[in-house]
Design a protein around this ligand. Structure first.
Ligand code: NAP
Length: 234
């Protein structure tokens, strides 16, 4: 399905930017958001310069700001009247240097603010427009690091925030099934970005893992956790 209207958070660089590029290449209209409007505009201009298929529109969004989420919803509503795809991608604090036993809880709070509550708040603001789609998709970009099944020590702020994000996926999936909205968590794998560092796989592959969930048919799964189209343990 192309011709969708999509919002991607944290899309000025890394995996978010590549997801925006792949959506546009599929002919979708992308609202490319970033907390710095200039960076959103530069990324949107760069994608437009590549001659991608669908329109790419820049919009400022700091996911922790409630008023900003409301302003984005107003913009999307006035401009497009509906929203088909929301990709909650923005995230911070891959805190490999920390342990749970000695974690700086300020870092943990910041991670929860952005990675969990930011995604939650943006979703709430955009829900009326997603309900108007009839084919809504919410993708929470998570990480296998948030999987409880194999969780060990370390990376506490990030892991706790992604485990909680996965819980949000499960709740929203159950609540929004009757609205025709599929809600899934995705791990993009280890990807060579500013967060992932060198050595990971290309952003193209990480973004493709996210596109698989976006492209699910209406009768497809909801409330799942996937990487590269295969289920991951919670
Ligand atoms: P990245 O290169 O660090 O990019 C993160 C993006 O999030 C940036 O655009 C950043 O904007 C934005 N952001 C951070 N806080 C924000 C806020 N409060 N409001 C709005 N935007 C905000 O990370 P990435 O590797 O592309 O990761 C993308 C997603 O994949 C994340 O959810 C991450 O947890 C997940 N993931 C990544 C890997 C990996 O190996 N890379 C593995 C598993 C999961 P600024 O430029 O303004 O900072």
């Amino acid at each position: 399905m192309s011709g969708r209207v999509a919002v991607v958070t944290g899309a000025n660089r890394g995996i978010g930017r590549e997801v925006a590029a792949q959506l546009a290449a599929a002919g979708d209209t992308v609202v490319l958001t970033a907390r710095d409007h200039r960076k959103a505009q530069d990324a949107a201009d760069a994608l437009a310069g590549l001659g991608v298929g669908g329109a790419v529109v820049a919009h400022q969004l700091e996911v922790t700001h409630r008023a900003g989420a409301a302003a984005l919803a107003e913009f999307v509503g006035e401009r497009f009247g509906r929203l088909d795809v929301l990709v909650n991608n923005a995230a911070i604090h891959y805190d490999t240097q920390q342990t749970a036993a000695a974690a700086d809880l300020t870092i943990v709070r910041q991670a929860l603010e952005t990675n969990l509550l930011g995604a939650w708040q943006v979703t709430q603001a955009l829900l009326p427009l997603l309900r108007g789609s009839g084919h809504g998709r919410i993708v929470n970009v998570s990480s296998e690091g948030g999987s409880l099944t194999n969780m060990g020590g370390g990376i506490p702020a990030y892991r706790a925030s992604k485990a909680a994000l996965n819980a949000l996926t499960r709740m929203l999936a159950a609540e929004l099934r009757s609205d025709g909205i599929l809600v899934n968590s995705v791990c993009p794998g280890w990807v060579a970005t500013d967060m992932g560092g060198p050595g990971g796989r290309p952003v193209h592959d990480g973004a493709a893992s996210i596109m698989w969930v976006i492209d699910l048919p209406d009768a497809g799964p909801t409330g799942g956790f996937y990487r590269d189209g295969r289920p991951l343990p919670w």
